[in-house]
Design a protein around this ligand. Sequence first.
Ligand code: WQD
Length: 332
Amino acid sequence: MSVAVVGGAGYIGAHVVDVLRARGEHVLVVDDLSTGDADRVPGLPLTRIDVTDPTQVAPLATAFRQHEVDAVVHLAARKRVDESVAHPTRYLRDNVAGLANVLDAATAADARTVVLSSTAAVYGTPDAAGAPVDESTPPRPENPYGTSKLACEWLLEAHARAHGVAATSLRYFNVAGAARPVLADRGTSNLVPIVLDRLRADRAVEVFGGGLTTRDGTPVRDYVHVVDVAEAHVVALDALRSGRDVPAVVNLGTGEGSTVLEVVRAVARVLGVEPRVDVVARRAGDPVSVVADVTLAGTALGWRARLRLEDIAADAVRCDAGLTPELTDSSR
Ligand code: WQD
């Protein structure tokens, strides 16, 4: 038995691979290396395939069979919100086709367990008052990226029903931090790496929106450590493989919100610098507050995030400096 991690050379995928390897699983990495990096997964079998290409379904099924893949974690997708707004067809086509092709290959190879990488972006703006959002909240994505992931969730549910596949979609909130320098999030538009770059360069951090109805006026998100997120995949795989009932969608967050200013301060504290911020206009389509209700992850999977914003900031800074974080947190 082995697990195929599609998109396994990406930031989150490589952390999933890491956790799987640490507990002795055989892992096949599938990645076209368009945004992924083979350096993140040294010494592992790597099948370089563009999963959006339908002619690659048969070669992918062959690779699955060769490696005796019984379970697939699918993370390969386009994930830039701004790009999705500019190119909706690209996002809908590529993200849905990628999943469809991987499911066809998995079925052909008789791999019957699937975990899908999904996102809090399916909720859009869940609640103006900032109450935590649970999985029963009707999804209302506000950008094509979120729409594409919702379509993927629905495709997976229909496929699972039709083919007796055990499957779940994990809705990540704001994933950040890293386990080792090589695995870190690079070339991204996400807040934590941006804050790091700015503070290191002694430049002000642009804060998208002030005067909001949050505790310090800046937007609130649920920042969850990538190692916790990776571990959730392994827990979900175990539950699915052992035939337990797993909900179709599960939120992965901490249940606690942090404002942009709190993130800036947390990173600045670790760097030992005094942060400068420029509050600028709100980014189009940015919700005021998105925080996960994580009850279901606890009851259905027995998973909860163990790390918090301080750990994310500390690990992101250390990895950025080329140092491997000391795993001294008592909860690890
Ligand atoms: C976080 C907060 C910004 C940059 C989206 C998707 C999600 C996931 C991550 C893919 C927001 C503020 C940011 C900056 C700022 N997608 N910000 N200054 O928008 O919450 O989530 O990207 O993998 O599914 O929905 O994440 O990191 O871009 O922003 O003030 O320079 O930081 O306004 O409040 P977001 P983000």
